[in-house]
Design a protein around this ligand. Structure first.
Ligand code: ADP
Ligand code: NA
Length: 330
């Protein structure tokens, strides 16, 4: 394909995605479909590197996939699938583990962080080799570019090193992927604590806007969002973090500039602004929620869609894995 291949994985780590995930990542993933060949993977093999409840994991994988589909990931232009449905990921990870230096793996800082967080009992070999599995995910598809945040940069470097090393040792096999630095993407803050990033581990549920919240709840969260004592709708990250966050959300969803929105609410106060913003957000999220619930209500249809994704992914992955096996002498 002429379109550059990108790979991105998402953790099935909560029952609902939140507005930060949506505006900060998912919207961008949907846009990338226009001129890329995206491989989007719900990474359940990665998820079990930290303790999981099996019932919750199974449910969260389906909910995560359903929300991506509902938000506009299009199976005609993208490959969306569940990692454990494509055995080549685990198989290539094994081969790559045999060319990964122990010391090299031991330098991964995310292992140290997660190990400290989850404790000695959860400090497993699987957690340690997580970055090798991530390298396999990326290299299986001839990925040209990987959208990465700062937390994954070191893992992408390892992926590049492993690809180069395998190619040098066994002959040219893998594409060495680049980092795709996303164009300015929105960073969304908590509605009750607008100096903290919106996160699934929010201190108060009122500050966290979930894609699957009932629309009435979403509207209420916006109407009671923390602002400040002034009354001007004006962007000022330092002095007015609450209003600035709401302006970013408004702008990001409507596609209008912050200046344009400020002008519209000039002299009108916070009440109107928050009421209109609630409407703008609900109008955008309600159809995504409805489509997600529809997909979750029809397990056979969701299975069918995930089956299409898994077949497409497996077909591509097996070509690369076959080449790898051949190179190493299997
Ligand atoms: P959380 O912080 O809730 O645990 P994740 O770490 O699972 O979310 O993030 C999944 C994706 O969503 C990542 O690409 C991340 O950059 C993006 N993301 C998460 N929170 C925000 C936010 N508040 N604003 C913008 N993007 C976000
Ligand atoms: Na996070």
């Amino acid at each position: 394909s002429a379109r550059p291949v990108i790979f991105s994985g998402m953790q099935p780590s909560a029952g609902s995605l939140h507005l930060g995930n949506y505006l900060g990542a998912l919207v961008n993933w949907v846009a990338l479909q226009d001129d890329h060949d995206p491989i989007y993977c719900v990474v359940d093999l990665h998820a079990i590197t930290v303790p999981q409840d099996p019932k919750e994991l199974r449910e969260n994988v389906r909910r995560t996939a359903a929300q991506y589909l509902a938000a506009g990931v299009d199976l005609e232009r993208s490959t969306l699938f569940v990692q454990s449905h494509v055995p080549a990921h685990a198989e290539l990870a094994w081969v790559l583990s045999t060319i990964t230096g122990f010391g090299e793996a031991n330098r991964m800082t995310q292992f140290k962080d997660k190990s400290a967080k989850h404790g000695a009992d959860a400090t497993t070999v699987g957690l340690f080799t997580y970055p090798v599995l991530m390298a396999a995910d990326i290299l299986l598809y001839g990925t040209d570019a990987v959208p990465v945040g700062d937390d994954q940069r070191q893992h992408l470097e390892l992926t590049r090193d492993l690809a180069g090393r395998f190619n040098a040792r066994y002959g040219d096999t893998f594409v060495v992927p680049e980092a795709l630095i996303p164009k300015e993407s929105a960073r969304i803050y908590d509605l009750q604590d607008p100096t903290s990033k919106m996160s699934k581990s929010a201190a108060s549920p009122a500050g966290l806007v979930n894609l699957l919240d009932d629309p009435a709840i979403t509207a209420k969260k916006f109407k009671s969002a923390v602002t400040d004592t002034g009354r001007e709708v004006r962007y000022d990250r330092e002095e007015k973090p609450g209003i600035s966050n709401l302006l970013d959300i408004y702008s990001s969803i409507s596609g209008r500039t912050v200046a344009d929105i400020e002008a519209e609410y000039d002299g009108r106060g916070y009440g109107d602004f928050k009421k209109d913003l609630a409407e703008v957000v609900v109008d955008r999220l309600a159809p995504i929620r409805a489509r997600t619930l529809e997909l979750l209500d029809d397990p056979a249809e969701l299975d069918r869609l995930l089956g299409i994704g898994a077949d497409k992914a497996a077909e591509r992955a097996e070509v690369v894995l076959g080449k790898v096996y051949d190179r190493v002498g299997f």
